[in-house]
Design a protein around this ligand. Structure first.
Ligand SMILES: O=C(O)CCC(=O)C(=O)O
Ligand SMILES: [Fe+2]
Length: 544
């Protein structure tokens, strides 16, 4: 597919008449194809940017790059949002990324300024830069180039937005006021040739292999340099046929993202695209142009809001479906609570945490669980839940979802992971005979826990990492709880706050939560003892 070319320099220099001229073409392309090409881009240096991307991705070990990763891939770092993302093997999306955005201020100042559980704290986290040993000069050059190119891409996005505003007769100020503190992310992508187990869905009938499955971009606009590498394919909106995008030196491919589609009442198209594995290293550099974190999301053609929450929160919810973000959004740990003893959490452990889904036996068909929220399925299967929820309306409003367990509940629950990693393919059954079995997908039992006298109940706790405003809240009537989980999990969740909540007066207590060598023990302090009054239900709350 040959894309129509937009001359950026001509728009910048040409005045009102040229803007009128180009805006018609931009609108037409975004309406029909959703993709266009930008040429004559002042300040863009393709060769230099590729050199720097290669230097970073191909010139350093995984270990070096992992020093720049985020907490979900390396619990030792306190970065949460942008940075290095390693390849996650055996998944649809097979790429390593280095992401940069927000260049203002130091990380320490940023941390001091923001509530750590706020979305702003997450999305405006200042960029982290490589400072590789014995490569001080190169690290600095890398930083200079990437920083300068960020501004080049940003300018292209702003110019195109001028065209769009002009072409659709939208007041540019409405765009500007929602994007002047953009949360844009600039990404250097490395697609190594696939040598992992390729999911069936990534094998095309033509024998070609996919390294990024079909998707829309979430952005307003995505501005992409693909360094003359082939592999990008777009689904023709009319014929639904996949078309390869031609390469052209020194140009950007730009596509309209989901947000712009919705901002323009669906007039501009966010077209589905994908990337093929080339059987060799592939590098690309997209820039995702995004609104301000607190921007309200409006359809400019009608003036109506299309999201109840501002951009930052909307984005957090939306990206959950992408594998790179899965582990940010949910870390669920299954805790089995015994008065004195504990069970190691091997079977539901991954290095960075996983998400488990729950449902009843009635809904055991595999695909029933793929995208269903765990809380929904549990709530739906506890008969008294609705009553409890109505009695605790105030708490619900305050904390969002919570799950209820009746200690006498004898239903059969099936718990399974979303299969992100090999070790997450295990299953745990809770049976009416109160025997808990973990099984792998090949049905080989890993762990079995027989009922015993001191067995009280089990609970499942979803721990959201600290980066999002989600607060796991946990009610227990137990005086002392000793939870032993692998240190990996604990490190990953260490930023999260775990609270006790008093159902009677809705007060929250923070028990001590300390990390010792390979176990965590949580001992009840005096306030927590008040909970003993409340015997019947053991709600688990997760603020979403
Ligand atoms: O690498 C490419 O050519 C496209 C990347 C892409 O579609 C994305 O990151 O959203
Ligand atoms: Fe994309």
């Amino acid at each position: 597919m040959k894309l129509v070319e937009i001359d950026i320099d001509d728009i910048l220099k040409g005045g009102e008449e040229r803007l009128q001229f180009w805006s018609k073409i931009v609108i037409q392309q975004f309406k029909e194809v959703g993709f266009l090409r930008c040429v004559n881009i002042p300040g863009h240096d393709q060769k230099n940017l590729l050199e720097k991307a290669n230097w970073f991705h191909l010139g350093h070990s995984e270990e070096q790059k992992m020093t720049l990763t985020t907490n979900r891939f390396n619990p030792a770092t306190n970065r949460l949002y942008r940075g290095f993302f390693p390849v996650i093997k055996n998944q649809g999306s097979h790429k390593a990324c280095f992401e940069i955005g927000n260049f203002e201020g130091s990380f320490e100042d940023h941390q001091a300024k923001h509530d750590p559980s706020s979305v702003a704290s997450l999305m405006l986290e200042p960029a982290q830069w490589p400072e590789f040993e014995k490569e001080e000069a190169e690290s600095l050059e890398f930083r200079k180039t990437v920083r300068a190119e960020f501004e080049v891409y940003h300018l292209v996005a702003k110019v195109l937005m001028e065209c769009i505003a002009k072409g659709l007769n939208i007041d540019m100020e409405k765009f500007r006021s929602r994007t002047d503190k953009t949360c844009a992310t600039f990404r250097l992508i490395h697609y190594p040739p696939r040598t992992d187990t390729i999911p069936e869905s990534c094998k095309l009938p033509t024998g070609e292999i996919i390294s990024t499955p079909e998707h829309h971009d979430t952005s307003i606009l995505t501005v992409l340099e693909n360094f003359n590498y082939a592999g990008l394919q777009v689904q023709d909106p009319k014929t639904e046929k996949w078309c390869s995008i031609e390469t052209q030196p020194g140009s950007f491919v730009v596509n309209c993202g989901k947000i712009l589609e919705r901002m323009t009442g669906g007039q501009l198209r966010s077209t589905i695209h994908r990337v093929l594995d080339l059987g060799e290293e592939r590098i690309s550099a997209p820039f995702f142009y995004e609104p301000n974190v607190d921007a309200d999301l409006i359809d400019f053609t009608t003036g109506e809001k299309w999201s109840d929450v501002p951009y930052g929160l909307w984005m957090v919810q939306y990206v959950k479906k992408f594998v790179e973000y899965k582990m940010v959004c949910g870390l669920t740990v299954l805790f089995f609570i015994f008065p004195e003893c504990s069970i190691p959490m091997r079977s539901c452990r991954t290095k960075s945490g996983i998400e488990w889904f729950m449902g009843t036996k009635k809904r055991t068909r595999r695909d029933s669980y793929e995208f269903c929220s765990s809380s929904d399925s549990i709530i739906a299967n506890i008969s008294t839940a609705e009553k409890i929820f109505s009695e605790n309306k105030e708490m619900l409003e305050k904390f969002g979802n919570f799950w209820l367990y009746d200690r006498d509940y004898e239903g059969e629950l099936l718990i399974r992971s979303n299969g992100l990693r090999e070790s997450t393919k295990s299953m745990a059954y809770y049976r009416p005979d109160k025997c808990i079995t973990f099984q792998t997908d090949d049905q080989k039992a890993l762990y079995e826990c027989k009922p015993s006298d001191n067995y009280e109940y089990f609970m499942m706790l979803t721990i959201k990492e600290a980066c999002f405003p989600m607060k796991p809240i946990w009610v227990s009537t137990m005086e002392s709880i000793d939870i032993r989980v692998d240190a990996d999990i604990l490190k990953a969740v260490n930023g999260s706050r775990i609270d006790y909540i008093n159902l009677q007066n809705h007060e929250i207590y923070n028990p001590r939560f300390c990390l010792t060598d390979r176990c965590c023990s949580m001992s009840a302090d005096k306030e927590v003892k008040q909970f003993r009054e409340h015997e019947k239900f053991y709600p688990l709350c997760v603020k979403l």
